[in-house]
Design a protein around this ligand. Structure first.
Ligand SMILES: O=P(O)(O)OC[C@H]1O[C@H](O[C@H]2O[C@H](CO)[C@@H](O)[C@H](O)[C@H]2O)[C@H](O)[C@@H](O)[C@@H]1O
Ligand SMILES: O=c1ccn([C@@H]2O[C@H](COP(=O)(O)OP(=O)(O)O)[C@@H](O)[C@H]2O)c(=O)[nH]1
Ligand SMILES: [Mg+2]
Length: 729
């Protein structure tokens, strides 16, 4: 039976050592708590680090215990922990991805060496366990290279990747010296998931700028494989948190807490120790509350849990000291005989205690400076089974995109956070109920099970799409079949698109001229009296004349506005007008003035705005803007707007490559009809031709064509096979 292999830096359990004795305990942190609650439900295994340097002689024993729980450890040496985990993961990737590059990032070459080494180590463990048909699910920033490594070793595997932390804007990500390698590693996956749409958008933008890959909407094509990029906001085990409030142990703790805090309202804050969590800034807002609104003294307490984390990384150690100091100062200044402003705990708590705290706290105060998701905010909501309590949530947490009924704050705005606390403490019950019940519905529906299902279903869908693309790729068998068909046919017509089909794209359209090899291939094709060869392009007729006018082939220019039979003159479609051109040209010139690198190409019956040389996202932005702009202008002019590969073309509605192709067939009895094209406009040919036609799409965008070829080189190879020309070496 095939299985799913989850791989993350940490296992959901960690090893603790006390006096030479080793015990296992649940891991804190969103990834482990979130996924940990459901991995046991299916045929899953989990590979990861058990969180401690283990002496070799103890490893077998612990491994056995872990195997019984379907967990497979990757043991790390002390140097690996220092350099891969603390160094590269937490002193390069974590600060850069959380927008703290200038304050905390330390780009050490040796950290990078270890990061690569440990990712390879994880890969070896995966390869020793994986079987054909298994699904791989790699998690988080510590293992960005792993999807690529697994892909190289086992190209057929289904691999998903999920990033639990934010993916930063290109301007941040580009700072990392090893940025290209990191992206290539991630692109080893078939599906790449992020918590929010913004993370996905940033990833796509960085990929398009850093790597020479093609991306169309949310699909990146790399080595002829389509990788899908999407957002999947992670949920929690809602039912567990909701039902825990009825658990006897939890009830007992609730009673105890209520007795201890009689008459005092509780603001709850729960985080791992991390500068990204905004703990110091939160303390500042709480201090402002006590200073500005002295009436709250002895009426409100901040219950603050900080779970120890990465405390061997210098910045974390420092943060801990700063928190200690700040809490000490506030308490020293405001404490009274029977009231403490802050109840601060630097340790982790059992689930039952957390649940009780979530259930009784009047306010959940979650104000990270940046957070991939933040599951604590969702756990607080799920625990409010009476629809009371108020959540204050930072707009910098991924969760803020879903929990829109929280009081949303900018954590850098101390005054705003302080104001939000006041608003929360004074909110009337109806308002609390309205907000909390609506958030509870969201947390209940988009729970952890839902998240896993969505991700896994999408991964299956991507794999199926890739496979169907592959089965449509012209295989050796298809090639031989076509060769036989071609050989026995008595009357053939072959439609060939030019750019992207016979030659590769060039940033300068005039440089994409035909080469000697192409000329000899076309000569060979057209010298066969049984062949009718048609070069059907969007280019200007003057351009095609210059390049192919002397040849024994038919030419179709400007998507069908002009046609020229071999050896004859050009004809244009009758009844077309170009009266509309000056007005549209003016609009396009305006875009050229505003967009460096773009230019207008003028054809007889169409105008084209080219943006291949424009900076990627500016080009996309302007092309959308232009199309919106033109939409209203073209309605009464009988024009159509065609978005193509880095071009926007405006042309007469009547012009269409499909129509032009049909006119050339003109009821002649061809027994071999073939058409090859790469672009949107070639789809018209594929759709217009009779069912018996052999239609071939170049590239991997979805198409009406029956077959696929990857690039112009493969097109030429096929044409050589058909015409018995020797292959180029
Ligand atoms: O393993 P550690 O170094 O001790 O750190 C704990 C985990 O912290 C991070 O959690 C993230 O995942 C959560 C769930 O998706 C998300 O809500 C949160 O915003 C993230 O910060 C980290 O991503 C994990 O890899 C760590 O294990
Ligand atoms: O004493 C504690 C305090 C918190 N948590 C858990 O740690 C996770 C923190 O996840 P979150 O997504 O909020 O942030 P992360 O730590 O992953 O950055 C939550 O599931 C908490 O329930 C825990 O296990 N023990
Ligand atoms: Mg083309």
């Amino acid at each position: 039976m095939s299985k799913t292999i989850i791989i993350s830096n940490r296992l959901p359990v960690k090893i603790l050592e006390q006096n030479g004795e080793y015990t296992l305990e649940a891991t804190e942190g969103g990834l482990a708590t979130g996924l940990g609650s459901i991995y046991k439900q299916g045929n899953n295994i989990w590979i990861g680090w058990p969180g401690l340097e283990m002496p070799e002689d103890k490893q077998d024993d612990i491994s056995k215990k872990l195997h019984d729980m379907s967990l497979f450890p990757v043991y790390l040496s002390q140097e690996e922990i220092n350099e891969y985990y603390e160094g590269f993961s937490n002193e390069v990737l974590w600060p850069v991805f959380h927008y703290y590059a200038s304050t905390y990032a330390n780009y050490k070459q040796s950290n990078w060496q270890y990061y690569q080494q440990v990712n390879k180590k994880f890969c070896e463990v995966v390869l020793s366990i994986v079987e054909p048909g298994d699904t791989i699910w790699v998690h988080d920033y510590q293992l960005l290279l792993l999807p690529g490594l697994i892909r190289n070793a086992q190209p057929e595997l289904s691999i998903g990747f999920f990033l639990h932390i934010p993916f930063p804007s290109y301007e941040m990500f580009r700072l990392i010296p090893w940025r290209a390698e990191l992206l290539e590693g991630m692109l080893g996956a078939d599906l790449i998931g992020f918590h929010t749409f913004d993370d996905a958008r940033h990833f796509l933008s960085a990929t398009g700028r850093i790597l020479p890959v093609r991306a169309s909407s949310n699909i990146v094509s790399i080595n002829d494989r389509s990788v899908v990029v999407e957002s999947f906001p992670m949920g929690i085990d809602h039912d567990k948190y909701a039902s825990l409030t009825k658990d006897d142990k939890v009830k007992e703790q609730i009673k105890l807490l209520k007795a201890n805090f009689k008459g005092i309202r509780i603001i709850l804050s729960v985080d791992r120790l991390d500068y990204s969590k905004g703990i110091l800034q939160r303390l500042q807002a709480f201090e402002m509350l006590l200073k500005t609104y002295p009436d709250y003294k002895e009426k409100v307490s901040l219950y603050m849990i900080v779970v120890p984390s990465r405390d061997t990384v210098p910045q974390y150690k420092e943060l801990r000291d700063q928190i200690d100091k700040k809490v000490g100062n506030i308490n020293a200044l405001y404490r009274t005989m029977d009231w403490s402003p802050i109840h601060y705990y630097y340790r982790s708590f059992p689930l039952e205690t957390l649940s009780a705290l979530y259930h009784i706290a009047d306010v959940g105060l979650v104000t990270p400076m940046r957070d991939g998701m933040n599951l604590v905010s969702k756990e607080y909501v799920a625990s409010r089974t009476k629809n009371d309590g108020v959540l204050i949530l930072s707009e910098m947490a991924g969760a803020s995109k879903e929990l829109i009924d929280a009081i949303i704050v900018n954590p850098n705005n101390t005054l705003e956070v302080c104001g939000a606390i006041v608003e929360a403490l004074n909110m009337d019950d109806d308002e609390k109920k309205r907000r909390m019940s609506s958030m509870r519905k969201v947390v209940e529906k988009f729970n952890i099970g839902h998240w896993v299902k969505l991700f896994m279903n999408k991964l299956t869908e991507v794999k199926t799409l890739q496979q169907s693309m592959r089965t449509k790729h012209v295989s050796y068998k298809t090639e031989q079949h076509l060769k036989g068909w071609y050989a026995h046919a008595e009357k053939r017509i072959i439609f060939l698109d030019y750019d992207g089909t016979l030659v590769n794209f060039n940033t300068n359209i005039n440089h994409a001229s035909p080469d000697e090899d192409l000329y000899s291939l076309l000569d060979k094709l057209s010298s066969d009296p049984l062949n009718h060869i048609v070069l059907i392009s969007g280019r200007k007729h003057e351009n095609l004349s210059d390049w192919f006018g002397h040849m024994d082939i038919d030419l179709v220019a400007e998507h069908g506005a002009w046609t020229k039979a071999a050896g004859q003159k050009w004809h244009r479609i009758p009844g077309l007008t170009d009266q509309w051109k000056p007005e549209i040209l003016q609009v396009l010139e305006n875009y050229v003035d505003r967009t460096p690198g773009s230019f207008v190409e003028e054809k007889t019956y169409s105008l084209v705005w080219h943006y291949r040389k424009v900076e990627e996202s500016l080009g996309d932005l302007r092309s959308n803007e232009l199309m919106n702009n033109l939409k209203y202008l073209v309605v009464d002019k009988g024009l159509q707007i065609l978005p193509g590969d880095k071009v926007v073309e405006i042309k007469n509605m009547e012009i269409n490559k499909g129509r032009a192709a049909l006119t050339l067939i003109d009821n002649k009895e061809y027994d071999f009809i073939m058409a090859l094209g790469d672009d949107y406009t070639d789809e018209d040919i594929f759709k217009a031709l009779p069912d018996t036609a052999i239609t071939i799409k170049i590239g991997n965008n979805s198409s009406a064509a029956k077959y696929y070829l990857r690039n112009p080189q493969e097109v030429r190879k096929l044409l050589r096979v058909l015409t018995h020309l020797p292959q180029l070496t």
